[in-house]
Every structure is written in C-alpha cells, then in structure tokens.
Design a protein around this ligand. Sequence first.
Ligand code: HEM
Length: 498
Amino acid sequence: SDDVSSLQGPKPCSWVYGNMIEFILGIPAGQTEMGWFAKYGDVLKFFACFGEERLLLSDPAAIKHVLLDPRVFVKSRKYQLINLIGFGEGSVIYAEGADHRRIRGVMNTMFSAASVRTLTPVLERTAKDLSQVCELSSGSTVDIYRLLHQTTLRAITEAVMGYDITSDKEYTSTYEDLLVSVSQRSKKGIIADAFLSRLPSSCVQLLKDYPPTDLKKLLDHRKMTNKISENLIASQAKSIKDGNPLEDNLYSILLNSNAKASDKNKMSVDELKDQFGGLTTAGEDTTANSIVWILYVLSQHREWQDRLRREVKEADNAANTSGVDSIEYDRLPFLNAIIKEVLRFYPAGSFTEREAACDTTIPLSTPIISLSGKSLTNLSVNKGRRMIISMTAYNRLPSIWGHDANELNPLRWLDGREIESGGTIGPYANLSNFIGGPRTCLGWRFAILEIQVIVAELMRNFAFSLPPGVTICPASAITVVPMDSHGRTWLPLHVVHL
Ligand code: HEM
C-alpha cells in the first residue's frame, strides 16, 4: 500500500459512511476539516464510504504539485461522469489532455482582461436592476440569496453568452429547479458519490436514459442550453459570413477567435455548443454565493459598509468630474480588501477533488509524522487514490497568512504586509478559490469584476442588516450556501434605501 494508509487521521464513524457525514454535512462548512488539520497536520487521511481511505490536503507544496499536473492528477471519476452527462464531451470542464489544452487555447481570448473589461456596462446595468428590486423592498426583509442568484444568472447569460433570459420563462424556471437541486444536502448524495465513482463506463448511457432526479435537472438544463447555443452559433456564423462579426459578448468573441484559429487548433461546432451550459453553471452559483458571503459579513459590520459607501461615492464624484461613465473598480482599496478577505474566509467552493492516474509521489512543504512515527517529506500515492484539496484550509494557513489567519480582517490587505513565504497558487491574491495550474478557473476575471460591480452598486444605495433572531451558517452543498437554524437555504437581510 502507499503512504496514505500510514497517515494519521480521524477514525471512521461507520463503515458505510466513513467520516463523510461530518465532512460534508458538518456545520459550519469547513469546521470538521479545520479541526482535523489542527490535530493531525496539513496532510491527513479520512474515510469515505465503504472503507475507502482518502487523502486530505492543505499543504501548499502538495496542493501546487497536484494542480500543476492534470495528466497525473485527473479530475475524479465521479465528477467527470456528472460533467460528461451534464455538460457534454466537448465542454472545457470535462475535456482532458490535448483536447482540454486546445479548447482552453481558443477560450482564453474570451476571458482575457481586455475582453472582460468591455462587459462593465452590461454588468452595471444588471446590478442597477438588482438595486431597483431592493429599492422596492426598502424597509423590509429580502432574501438576498435568491435575488443574487437571479442577478448573476442574468449577468452570465447576457454578458457571456449574449442571451437575454428575462423573457424566457422556461429557461429561468429550469435553472431555478437546477439551483434548488444543487443546494440540497443529504446522506443520499454521499452514497451516490460512492456509487458513481464505482460505476463501470458502460453504464453511462443507462444513466443518461434513466437519470436520477438531480441528474435529470442537469440534463433538462443541457437540452435547453444546446438549443439556445445552436441559434447563437448560427446567427454569429451568418454575421461572420456577411463580413460583419459582432463582438458584443464573450461568446461572440469565442466564435470569432475560433473562426480565425488554424484547423488543428479549432473547436468543433459540438464543442462550441457544449460550452453554454457549463459556463452558466460554473459561473452563476459560485459568483452568487461569493457575493452572498460578502453581504453577510457586511451586514454584521456597519462600519465597513459606511467606509465602502464613502469610497464608492468618492470614486463616483471623481468619475463625474472627469466625465467618464464607470468608476475604476480595481482602484478602490477597501472594496478590494473586503472582497479578498471574504473570499479568503468563505470560499464558495470549499474543496475540490483529484484522483491519481498512476502511482506517483507528492512533495510536502512541511514533513508529516506517520502513524508509526516516521517523518515523511514526500508521499507515495497509488493509482486510483482520491484526494481532496481543501480550499478552506489553504486560505487559513498560518504559514501563509500569518498568526491571525483565523481572524476575518479586511485591513490585512491594506497594511502593506507581505504574504508569508510558502509559495503562491492561483491567479488572484494567492487565494485558492480559483485553484491554480492548467485547470485554473477560466472565468475568474469576470467573477471579480462582477463582484466589484454588484457590491459597489449595493453599497452606494443601501444599508443591510441581519434581522434580529436570525442566525446564518455556511453549509456545504455543491458550493457553500447560507443556512438558517431551521435548515432553510436563504439569506434574509433587512434593507434600507439611503
Ligand atoms: C467567485 C466565483 C468563482 C469561483 C469561486 C470559481 C471557482 C472555480 C474552481 C475552483 C474551478 C476548478 C474546479 C476544478 O477543476 O476542480 C473552476 C473552474 C472553472 N470555472 Fe470557475 N469559479 C468562479 C466563477 C466562474 C465564472 C464567472 C465562470 C465563467 C464565466 C467560470 C468558469 C469556469 C470554467 C469554465 C472552469 C473549468 C476550467 C477548466 O477545467 O479548464 N467560473 N472555477
């Protein structure tokens, strides 16, 4: 056996569930694993279902190594099965190896800093619409979780795909069904994880033909997005043929960059079609829940809301004086400090998973003591070994974030301190939220701009507070959702128009 079996870690609570119930359903999200890391070190093993020993990582060198080589550390089978059925073989989320590199090569232009910047006006319009809804509810309590999901869905379908969903009731209700199903948390989901990862590939068609309820929601969503993307591709192809290619959304930028790519680098029509559903799903839920946690934190800190509001209004005045339409969001220090700190403290995706495609070794930043007292500086892992990368724990490592890593303090981003040594991962502020390496989140720039625009717009106009008696806790579903003490997924906030 490999070194994973000899690692320290929690005892399984049962053979069927191992430690999965406390790991997945434990509240608040991340608390169970943070407790394990405190006890056993930055690398440990825990038990998944039916006696499977799984590796859990927060060690920076180990995480970096795993993320940098997607040929050796592949997305785990269960996730790939869901990605294949839900998004399709050509989806960048599913594709692997040379196909993944080719598809990302074409898609990178679409998410470049320059492309994303052009979307500021669309995002500002969407944020203003959210403001209008909040204004109508001034003086009462709104479920900001639901409103933010509606807003980020509109932002992504309109800005990324060039598709206006406001009049498409079928789309919005199919997506809402999907959202409800991905926010569920249950023991059934934990068992499904164990079965899906053991399912022979020959059964994939069977799953497509007779999908369980949650998978059916993904399939319904895929059928609908396929229809829409077919139409978008056809109309853009016509515009290109007529010599009048549009570049008013990220999808049209993609179609144009594909038209210009050499034959061996091009994406096929099916691959182009497969991106719609994946982009919407990858970009909506994560961004909405990131903003949810920012508003949750702000609702407990009136002084931070006041400081943000002052900063945004000063930027508005400066923009007015110089006659420009938009403020420069990257130049607002406190806004960006709040965003980074809440992303660090409440990552919307608390972990991701990989599986070793062959026998291999993983280096460690800090040696770990095995059950037999041996000090390990590298870990041998066998082919098929599943491993969890804990974004929550990485974002709170004292070796990286300092002695106050466990304190929520936006000022850490403004006091000029250096991030401790230990290596950086990821494209943004050394945070693990968007992971790193060749499978880094494709839409991270879009996500940050969208968060900046929406938070600035809400702070400009409103004050938010948590109604008395309500307690909210982060709970792990596919992403980390807000849950009240009765188990309801929502974020009720009292809103006052200023
Ligand atoms: C705050 C918001 C977001 C967070 C926290 C986030 C996080 C992530 C993470 C952790 C991954 C890697 C998953 C893995 O391989 O295990 C990922 C991949 C991806 N994300 Fe995001 N994401 C966000 C927003 C977006 C947006 C807005 C889009 C699109 C507009 C997007 C598109 C994608 C795509 C296409 C991938 C797959 C990339 C690949 O496998 O090559 N994401 N994201």
